[in-house]
Design a protein around this ligand. Structure first.
Ligand code: PEP
Ligand code: MG
Length: 614
């Protein structure tokens, strides 16, 4: 299937608009599966890093427009200079002076009189608009540089591209020169070097079919969002963006982590068959959405949903979730020029609680930082190790108003249903003590102001740092529940950056060390009689379900669309077998052994589900 010379005879909508040669070779690219599903669409290459200025055609203007275009160019240059100076000032406070000097080079490029002269001459004499005049000029310089073998000059090419993209964005009124993610053409598959979580949250849901990116891993937030948007995605596809052109036909296989450019007739037939098998299985599993998630020997498991916004509620009720186990509130703070105030947050939380009609809703306080940067409110400073830096409750420690406002809104909303508040990234007891003290102060303020609130809202700790597992006994004495965040627990236990595709092979949730930390956490929770849930991606992977049950976890929270399969596995497995599996997993030395064990088990109890997992 890797190389085939047959073309599709089954055109996609939109195919006629792009002049495709009749026969194109099929090419297969591999990455990591990030979001299950299969889609077939047309490529849109996104991202400034890959802007190919050579694709720019001169865009003609009338002689009467010349002065306005020149003025537009000059003002974009001035705006770019002032942006670079602002960045430089900010950086000077946070990075070495020597490194901040890089922006001097950027200022020199943007202020280069020769470039200005040439652009203005293209506008005046060539009657081209400002964007195309600028890009044609820049491309001339880039071509000259790429003709040399000089490493220094080649590095400068990167700087020139960077600056050019900035000028271009300003010429486009602040928008990226490329396509806009919130307004995509029909049947789009985005191929990009990177999509940040806020880019992904912005994707035009009507027209996006799937995406593939060069960076990332299964548990980066971009992948998590793709799963909650129910779009197939493949990540960690190194060096692919340059191998696609806008309009290429592709299949994204989010089960196997593959992207196929120009699929052949055989490939298309293969995928049609695969999709129909998958749809059949899902419709069978869907019919069981009102059935209890109960093992064959009678153990009840509570299945809840993870959500990123109140828009996901329809999905929550469709999948039969018993509650919301994780609401990632940081998305309320992204893609917005100002942070939501107390009243705005209160309205969102209260609406959610009312819609859930008494079912438990666990809302996590903001977990900004790491890969979720929010420039409007909190984490404008780029850190050398963001996942080890100012993230989640640590950020709140530096900006106490952030957590105070959120807690006020949450405690007020607590009167509307069964609310639980959860703190992310707890690493030590003093952090929890400090947060509980803030909670008490906020309650006093509300009381003094006669504002109604629920004083009994339960407070939980996310257990996602190994130190928290090791002091789980002390933490359990302070909080009302635990929720294990396996995504970060794996990252911090194995010292593997969850975003870095180069070390993704080491990111193994099945690692016995992770299993042991889960066991310790469950034991502490049991001792203090508090509930413990797993809300990381391991909870959404049916292959891990029996092991988690065997470790004593009877509450799982996951993306709504994963619930049907996990329920399906629970209903076909026994606690007895699960405990045996967990025992072996805990005594294994190698993550691969645990994985093989997990796969064999699911193959034997639920072969239909195993067959679509890939
Ligand atoms: C986790 O770390 O497992 C988790 C659920 O939180 P997030 O993925 O948002 O970091
Ligand atoms: Mg986490």
């Amino acid at each position: 299937m890797t190389e085939s010379a047959t073309a599709s005879s089954d055109p996609l909508p939109g195919a006629a608009k792009t002049a495709q040669p009749i026969e194109k070779k099929e090419v297969l690219f591999h990455g990591f599966p990030a979001s299950p599903g299969i889609c077939r669409g047309r490529v849109l290459v996104f991202g400034a890093a890959h802007t190919d200025f050579r694709e720019i055609d001169p865009i003609p203007i009338a002689a009467s427009e010349v002065d306005a275009e020149v003025a537009r160019f000059q003002s974009a240059i001035e705006k770019t200079k002032s942006e670079i100076k602002t960045i430089q000032d900010r950086m000077q406070k946070t990075i070495e002076k020597r490194d901040a000097k890089i922006f001097d080079a950027h200022l020199l490029i943007v202020g280069d009189k020769l470039i200005h002269k040439e652009v203005i001459s293209r506008i005046r004499n060539g009657l081209c608009n400002a964007q195309s005049s600028f890009l044609l000029t820049i491309q001339k310089y880039l071509d000259a540089i790429s003709g040399t073998n000089d490493t220094y000059l080649n590095e400068r090419a990167g700087d020139i591209r960077d600056i050019a993209n900035r000028v271009l964005r300003n010429l486009n009124g602040g928008k990226d020169g490329g396509p806009s993610l919130d307004n995509l053409p029909e049947n789009t598959v985005v191929i990009a070097h990177d999509l940040t979580p806020s880019d992904t949250a912005m994707l035009d849901r009507r027209n996006i079919l799937g995406f593939a990116i060069e960076t990332g891993s299964r548990t980066c937030h971009t992948s998590i969002l793709a799963r909650s948007l129910r779009i197939p995605a493949v990540v960690g596809m190194r060096n692919i963006a340059g191998k696609f052109a806008n309009g290429d036909e592709v299949i994204v296989d989010g089960f196997l982590g593959m992207v196929i450019r120009n699929p052949s007739r055989d490939t298309l037939a293969f995928y049609r068959e695969k999709i129909s098998r998958k749809d059949e299985l899902y419709s069978i599993l869907q019919k069981e959405s009102s059935r209890a998630a109960e093992t064959t020997d009678g153990y009840r498991v509570k299945l809840c949903a993870n959500i990123e916004g109140a828009d996901d509620l329809e999905e929550v009720s469709r999948c039969g979730a018993e509650g919301i186990g994780l609401f990632r509130t940081e998305y309320l703070f992204m893609n917005t020029p100002v942070a939501p105030d107390e009243e705005t947050q209160y309205q969102i939380y209260a609406k959610l609680l009312r819609a859930m009609r008494g079912r438990a809703v666990t809302i996590r306080t903001v977990d900004l930082g790491g890969d979720k940067l929010d420039f409007a409110t909190a984490s404008a400073i780029r850190e050398p190790n963001p996942f080890l830096g100012l993230r989640a409750i640590r950020l709140c420690h530096e900006k106490p108003q952030l957590i105070r406002t959120q807690l006020r809104a949450l405690l007020r909303a607590g009167t509307e249903g069964d609310l639980r508040i959860m703190f992310p990234m707890v690493s030590s007891l003093s952090e929890i003590e400090e947060l509980l003290a803030i909670r008490d102060e906020v309650m006093e303020e509300l009381k003094a102001a006669n504002i109604p609130f629920d004083p009994k809202v339960r407070i939980g700790a996310m257990i996602e740092i190994p130190s928290a597992c090791l002091i789980a006994d002390a933490l359990a004495a302070k909080v009302d529940f635990f929720s294990i965040g396996s995504n970060d627990l794996v990252q911090y236990t194995l010292a593997v950056d969850r975003l870095n595709e180069r070390v993704a092979y080491l990111y193994r949730p099945s690692h016995p060390a992770v299993m042991e930390l889960i066991r310790l956490t469950v034991a502490a929770a049991k001792k203090h009689r508090i509930p413990v849930c797993v809300c990381g991606e391991i909870a959404a992977d049916p292959r891990f379900t029996p092991i988690l049950l065997g470790l004593g976890v009877l509450e799982l929270s996951m993306s709504p669309n994963a619930i049907a399969e996990v329920r399906g596995v629970i209903r076909k497995t026994s606690m007895l077998a699960s405990e045996q599996l967990a025992k072996i997993a805990l005594t294994s030395a190698d993550p691969e052994d645990v994985m093989v064990l997990a796969k064999e088990h699911i193959q034997s109890v639920a072969p239909d589900i195993a067959s679509i997992l890939g």
